[in-house]
Design a protein around this ligand. Structure first.
Ligand code: KG4
Ligand code: ZN
Length: 332
């Protein structure tokens, strides 16, 4: 089944054409227009600017990806995300579906990140699976009972992990997005130099909180203006990783999933990938660990098509007349 995936929920307009099946998905084409260089000037994503840029780029991207091909269905991110961007992707999908008379698969952005592990890799086949989704807007532990059946175990009460990376980078005067910048500095730093808090690590639940860590970082810099930036970055990164890994391992012990997967923009963090893999390797019975290829950690149209496929297989389509963006769509 040929699925056109459309993603425009944040600061990337991304369109992909996939040949999807239960055996795996093949990416036939993908084009992404990143808006990062524009939003960098403002230190973060400006919704109105994002919406206008999505509107400018979406039609050329669809044309480039499709060439003279016609998909069998369109999977589009209808939420969660910025309404200014979602509305552009949703309207594009509605128009194409109406003109071509093909079905729409309304797709959740978080489900997309989860299914990004299937891109150029094996599909998820065994359940329950435990997913840690960490991005600029989300930090969630989700239990998957099927490809499209999710249970929310816990989530951040304030800032997302990626947002924490971004804000800590901003304190050092580094550009958006801050995650890769912090990792770069951290590589030459001492992770034990500063004893940053590990918020909620010992709480008996699967929720997260990163606002306090950001504030601790702010005060540390105020009180130590000459702090070594490498040590500062390494210590902050380690605090975030310790919390993410600690909570995920606890959830794995309690829910006994057959596999754990890591997804979202922060899943590009090498130290996090290694730390989670190492922590899970110590558990019995053995748990398979899945993560997306680095190229598919950030928002992309291919992951939306992949997630959409599992709904299409069950004929869970939305008529174009009824499709609406839902900025607050909860996966569960
Ligand atoms: O999933 P994504 O592309 O967009 C959202 O849905 O939010 O994630 C973007 C986030 C940003 O906060 C960025 O700083 C973070 O992912 N990120 C990283 C790394 N690469 C991207 N965080 C930590 N380490 C990285 N290497
Ligand atoms: Zn995302």
């Amino acid at each position: 089944m040929k699925i056109l995936g459309i993603e425009s929920s944040c600061d990337d307009t991304s369109v992909a054409l996939l040949e999807c099946s239960e055996q795996g998905h093949v990416i036939l084409a993908q084009k992404t227009a990143s808006q990062i260089d524009v939003h960098k000037q403002f230190g973060g994503v400006v919704p109105e600017v994002a919406g206008r840029l999505h509107a400018e780029t979406i039609v050329p991207l669809v044309a480039e990806v499709l060439g003279d091909q016609k998909p069998d269905a369109i999977a589009v991110t209808s939420g969660p995300g910025l309404i200014t961007g979602l509305v552009v992707g949703v309207e594009a999908a509605r128009t194409l579906a109406a003109v071509w008379n093909i079905p729409i698969i309304s797709t959740n952005h978080i489900a997309g990140h989860i299914h990004s592990v299937e891109l150029e890799q094996e599909p998820i086949t065994r359940f329950p699976a435990l997913a840690l989704v960490v991005s600029g807007g989300h930090t969630e532990l989700v239990l998957m009972r099927d490809h499209d059946a999710f249970e929310m175990l816990g989530k951040t009460q304030d800032d997302a992990a990626g947002e924490c990376f971004d804000k800590i980078a901003k304190l050092l005067g580094l550009p958006y997005p801050g995650g890769p910048q912090i990792s770069r500095l951290a590589a030459a730093g001492n992770t034990a130099a500063i004893a940053f808090p590990r918020p909620m690590l010992t709480h008996d639940n699967f929720d997260f909180s990163f606002a306090g860590l950001k504030t601790a970082a702010l005060y540390h810099l105020r009180n130590n203006p000459d702090a070594n930036h490498n040590d500062f970055a390494a210590s902050a990164e380690q605090a975030i990783i310790d919390v993410l890994v600690g909570k995920t391992v606890r959830a794995a012990l309690q829910h006994s999933p057959v596999c754990v997967l890591l997804a979202g923009g922060v899943a590009a963090n090498k130290k996090l990938r290694l730390a989670l893999q190492a922590a899970l390797a110590g558990l019995t019975p053995a748990i398979t660990f899945l993560m997306p290829k680095p190229a598919y950690c950030m928002d992309n149209g291919a992951m939306i098509a992949a997630a959409g496929f599992w709904k299409a297989r069950k004929k869970q389509f939305t008529p174009w007349q009824e499709l609406q963006p839902d900025p607050n769509w909860r996966i569960a």
